[in-house]
Design a protein around this ligand. Structure first.
Ligand SMILES: *Cc1c(COP(=O)(O)O)cnc(C)c1O
Ligand code: SF4
Length: 357
């Protein structure tokens, strides 16, 4: 949506969507005194929560509340924190495109999300300019069309599923018509945070002959799976859209074996394969969410052996500056000289493994 449309829609949704700290006072999530004190926070970083996520929050400091309720600590910006933590801007050949890996691009179709996560790695741009203007969309599609190495287009933003099915269908059909593009990936929180948007019309808008669509659900805590979210995922799964998930490791939200175990096994039961667990990016004002890498590795090591291998995502760091994602592996292997390895098992026992001759 462009600016005037966004304003009109905003007025319409104001009754339902929390946009300011004062909106959460009736829910008891923010005290009247804090509502005023938190204004500088939401003037710096936008606030938005859907009615569905408000119902999922029981306390401001539970696993869902901590993701969406603004906090004064967000004004504490560390010198190491960045406005573009993963370097989207470093690899942008045309507006709306980030092209870091040869075979795939990120296509930022909108900067609007249904919720604004307090730890968002794109918090400096989300909600800033609304949808990508038609001219920029055309130029982005043109770039993809004349770059035959691109096989996969990842729609993100913002949240691509905040667009109307009509707009999404235009993009899907344009991509399907490009011979070298075979894959479209949607990175979204919508099936969980605004499940009402997952309609048969929306699902139809995401698919086109000749293009395989994958959906990657952003979810961080099992308490997000309200019945409507489960139903929306069911709809997507039965329509045949393969489902993956990505989560962010967040202090206080999911940095425990119990919560991650519950999150990943819940996802498997819902037909969603956990794909990535992101180390919390260096976005400004997010230090209260960040764990150490050592803590993340210890969690991943503890989970291995406790839950199905298929429930385990890859724990990754997006190297600040735009250098790409790399796995943060647990250190199971030592040595290696002459093919002789010392291997640590999930319970901490050590074993010797020799590479065959
Ligand atoms: C994360 C990311 C991708 C997707 O990476 P995968 O490892 O394929 O999931 C692609 N391009 C950019 C710029 C990214 O940041
Ligand atoms: S849904 Fe994604 S892009 Fe939108 S605010 Fe949350 S983390 Fe940021």
């Amino acid at each position: 949506m462009d600016r005037p449309a966004a304003a009109a829609l905003g007025a319409d949704l104001r009754k339902h969507v929390a946009l300011q700290p004062a909106d959460l006072v009736p829910d008891g999530l923010i005290s009247p005194a804090d509502a005023a004190a938190l204004r500088p926070v939401t003037e710096t970083f936008r606030m938005r929560i859907t009615p569905q996520m408000r119902t999922a929050i029981t306390r401001a400091d539970d696993g869902v509340g901590l993701q969406f309720v603004p906090d004064r600590r967000e004004l504490n910006v560390l010198p190491s924190e960045l406005t573009d933590p993963i370097g989207d801007g470093a690899h942008s050949p045309t507006k709306g495109i980030t092209h870091r890996y040869p075979d795939r691009v990120i296509f930022h179709v909108t900067q609007v999300c249904e919720v604004y996560c307090r730890f968002c790695f794109r918090r400096e741009v989300v909600g800033e300019n609304g949808v990508l203007p038609a001219g920029d969309v055309a130029a982005a599609l043109d770039y993809i069309r004349r770059t035959p190495a691109i096989n996969e287009v990842i729609l993100t933003g913002g949240d691509p599923l905040s667009l109307s099915p009509r707009r999404l269908h235009e993009i899907t059909t344009a991509l399907a018509a490009i011979p070298h593009v075979g894959l479209m990936r949607i990175h979204t929180r919508v099936p969980v945070v605004a499940p009402n948007r997952i309609t048969p019309e929306m699902i139809a808008a995401l698919t086109a002959p000749g293009l395989q669509t994958w959906l990657v659900l952003h979810t961080n805590h099992p308490q997000e799976f309200i019945p409507e979210a489960v139903a929306a995922l069911d709809l997507l799964r039965t329509a045949g859209v393969p489902l993956l998930s990505q989560s962010v490791l967040l202090r206080g939200v999911n940095d425990s074996v119990a919560v991650l175990k519950s999150l990943f096994t819940t996802l498997l039961r819902l037909g969603v394969k956990p794909y990535y667990l992101h180390h919390c990016d260096l976005a400004r004002g997010t230090s209260h969410y960040r764990t150490t890498i050592a803590a993340g590795r210890a969690l991943m090591r503890a989970l291995r052996g406790q839950i199905s291998g298929s429930a385990l995502p890859t724990y990754v760091l997006d190297i600040p500056g735009g250098f790409g994602k790399v796995p943060i592996t647990a250190d199971y292997f030592d040595g290696g000289a002459d093919g002789r390895w010392q291997v640590t098992d999930p319970n901490g026992g050590t074993h010797i493994y020799h590479d065959p001759e």
